[in-house]
Design a binder for this molecule. Structure first.
Ligand code: FAD
Ligand code: NAP
Length: 536
């Protein structure tokens, strides 16, 4: 194979690992390139205090191997970062995947030369391949805001997605956290427990549901293992790839007391199931208002200082139109005497000084450690950073200047033999991602086998891509999701990023059926070219 496998895969997270395993199983020569020095992806990089999954352990895992499902033991309802990383390391060992990867190898350019992909890495190595599969993740490009003065800061600063492996000792320190998304909401309670003082800089107040994490008992674990066929069937038929059936109760028709009881039960059970307990929460504004107001009432009754509670009340977007965080004692943390909440929408950050953060009003907050929980240049960001050039040298950055466009989130017109796992326009981040990843990898593996058997190259047709973009828009517009103006789903968190609703909101099951129909019909949305003509 040398430096010329049939397929090159970029990334060694859930997606890259399974791609290598699946393609190897088909007898296709395949190699992976990964910037990190080991496997894990998200769970290799995100080692911030409190990093934990919001999907539950029994389904935040692969389903492709019945033996793996039965032998792995999860210890908690929601697995922590270290446990998920151990799981992925175990998968790499069990299926002997590491031998197919080059680690500490960052891809900096990938160009289609009319016949093959020519891929360059930061260490100066060149690879070629016929098919290029990106498994670079949706949330792997850290977004560090460009705030004047950061270089002058005398303390230390860290982005949560690039957290030092040796950890950061904040004992007794003055710590600042910028950002109250899922990451900030997980990190804040844990940091507050050991920091001398914690200052939270909040731009947008967020809804959050208690996780209710707990050890997984032996009987619960055994029950899940026995039920896996049924659990997987529910996931495949679901909107979000989670094994929950969305409630069929019409909450609008319920008397107020019964409605409150329904919300209370869902709140007590905790987690992302809360969303599934409220039918049409993402499509009917009246239903959403009820759920939003219920959560606001919980914030008011949890946070003792009414002014702080008021600042924490989310009002600028309906519940779940931004990815809903789940938490462990997040709102309770604001009752601690060593925690200060600062509203940086009312008084924005002006600059970072050697001593901390200065706001537009001139108010200063002294800090020893500044934590950027400011998220990611999501979905398109990691792909644009690959330096991809397609047919006729067209750069992906130019093709996507007005916003990312794909066919099914799996390929891009003008970029032959490039397949994107959980790319923009796929359900990806709106789902339990291992479920979506397995569906994508299986679909791409079948396509590559189809092309290989017939000696064909493939790329989406511009017409199919345009139709898909329209469908992605319609699917988003049929929901309340576009109402969250500051959402990273829209690219709104990165200055200058085109505002396009990036994931496909039409639901996982529907999407899977459309992908299957595309394959069954012989890939009509792709131009399939005989190899000799393509290289002539
Ligand atoms: P990743 O795990 O992101 O792996 C991509 C890999 O590609 C990385 O290792 C990266 O180093 C590598 N890479 C990128 N660019 C290059 C390059 N140029 N050259 C070489 N290598 C490159 N999803 C859920 O469904 N449920 C959850 O509860 C959940 N919790 C999350 C918690 C956090 C803190 C974060 C950040 C994300 C979470 N997600 C969750 C989403 C999570 O990203 C996915 O579940 C999943 O881990 C993605 O796997 P992946 O292999 O597609 O991408
Ligand atoms: P995020 O949701 O994008 O949140 C970033 C936060 O930083 C927001 O509060 C944002 O405010 C703020 N921010 C960004 N730039 C800022 C600036 N210049 N000044 C002030 N505030 C700024 O990022 P995230 O919390 O890392 O989460 C990203 C996604 O990763 C999640 O939505 C989820 O999909 C995944 N994730 C999952 C889990 C889990 O499942 N356990 C945990 C962590 C992350 P605005 O809202 O005003 O933009």
């Amino acid at each position: 194979m040398g430096n010329d496998p049939e397929v090159l895969v970029i990334g060694a997270g859930f997606a890259g690992l399974y791609t290598i395993h699946r393609l190897r199983g088909l007898g296709i020569s395949v190699h992976g390139l990964e910037a990190a020095d080991d496997v894990g992806g998200t769970w290799y990089w995100n080692r911030y205090p409190g990093a934990r999954c919001d999907s539950e352990s029994y389904y935040y895992c692969y389903s492709f191997s019945r033996e793996l499902e039965q032998e792995w033991e999860w210890s908690e309802r929601y697995p922590g970062q270290a446990e998920i990383l151990s799981y992925l390391e175990h998968v790499a060992d069990r299926f002997d995947l590491r031998r197919s990867f080059s680690f500490s190898t960052r891809v900096v350019a990938a160009e289609w030369d009319g016949d093959r992909w020519v891929v360059d890495t930061a260490d100066g190595t060149r690879w070629t391949c016929r098919w290029l599969v990106t498994a670079v993740g949706c949330l792997s490009s850290a977004n560090v805001p460009d705030i004047p003065g950061l270089e002058s800061f005398a303390g230390t600063w860290h982005h949560t997605g690039q957290w030092p492996h040796e950890g950061v000792d904040v004992t007794g320190q003055r710590v600042g956290v910028l950002g109250t998304g899922s990451t900030g909401i997980q990190a804040i309670p844990v940091l507050a427990a050991s920091a001398g003082h914690l200052t939270v800089f909040q731009r947008t107040a967020n809804f959050s549901i208690p996780a209710r994490n707990a050890p997984l008992s032996a009987s619960e674990a055994a029950g899940y293992k026995a039920d896996y066929p049924a659990i997987r069937a529910v996931q495949q038929a679901s909107t979000n790839g989670h094994p929950f059936v969305v409630s069929d109760v019409d909450t609008l028709a319920l008397p107020a007391g019964e409605r409150r009881d329904l919300f209370e039960r869902a709140w007590e059970r905790g987690g992302l199931r809360f969303r599934a307990a409220v039918r049409e929460v993402l499509t009917d504004p009246a239903v959403n208002d009820q759920a939003s107001e219920f959560i606001r009432s919980k914030i008011r009754s949890t946070v003792r200082d009414p002014e702080v509670a008021e600042t924490l009340l989310p009002r600028d977007h309906p519940f779940a139109t931004k990815r809903p965080p789940i938490d462990t004692e997040y709102f309770e943390t604001y009752n601690r005497s060593n925690v200060t909440l600062v509203d940086v929408r009312a008084d924005p950050v002006a600059e970072i000084t050697p001593d901390g953060v200065r706001l537009a009003s001139g108010a200063e907050h002294g800090l020893d450690v500044l934590v950027f929980a400011t998220g990611f240049d999501a979905l398109s960001g990691p792909l644009l950073r690959l330096g991809i050039r397609g047919r006729d040298g067209v750069a992906l950055t130019d093709a996507w200047a007005e916003g990312a466009a794909t066919y099914l989130g799996l390929g891009v017109a003008g970029f032959p033999n490039l397949f994107t796992i959980t790319g923009p326009g796929s359900p990806s981040v709106l789902t339990n991602m291992p479920t979506s990843i397995e569906q994508h990898v299986d679909w791409i593996a079948d396509l590559v086998a189809h092309l290989r058997a017939r000696d064909l190259d493939a790329e989406p047709t511009p017409q199919a891509q345009e139709r898909w973009a329209e469908h992605v828009r319609e699917a988003a517009d049929a929901t309340l999701l576009p109402q969250a103006a500051s959402s990273w789903y829209l690219g709104a968190n990165v200055p200058g990023k085109p505002r396009v609703f990036l994931p496909y909101a039409g639901g996982f099951a529907r999407y899977r059926e459309m992908c299957d129909a595309e394959a069954d019909a012989g890939y009509p949305g792709f131009a399939l070219r005989e190899r000799r003509r393509a290289s002539a």
